[in-house]
Design a protein around this ligand. Structure first.
Ligand SMILES: [Zn+2]
Length: 77
């Protein structure tokens, strides 16, 4: 069975999480994750971190915040 190995999977993990690997690398790593619980754990943790960072950066400003900004702008006129 073809196996890129833990070293390759973990080296590429960061880029894999950010979708910055090429197609063959992506396939290699996802195949490896499917059969290696250790690396799969690593990936899940990385994914959780990546997602929470993404949420924090990309989330729309809450409506309340927008309103208070508008309010502040109006008051400064
Ligand atoms: Zn592994």
């Amino acid at each position: 069975m073809a196996d890129c190995g833990c070293g390759t999977a973990r080296d590429g993990m960061e880029d894999f999480l950010h979708n910055e690997v090429d197609e063959s690398m992506r396939v290699d790593i996802s195949d490896h994750l499917a059969c290696c619980p250790g690396c799969e754990d690593e990936w899940r943790v990385g994914q959780a971190i990546t997602n929470s960072v993404k949420r924090a950066c990309c989330e729309e400003a809450p409506q309340e915040l927008k309103q208070s900004i508008h309010q502040a702008l109006r008051e400064s006129d």
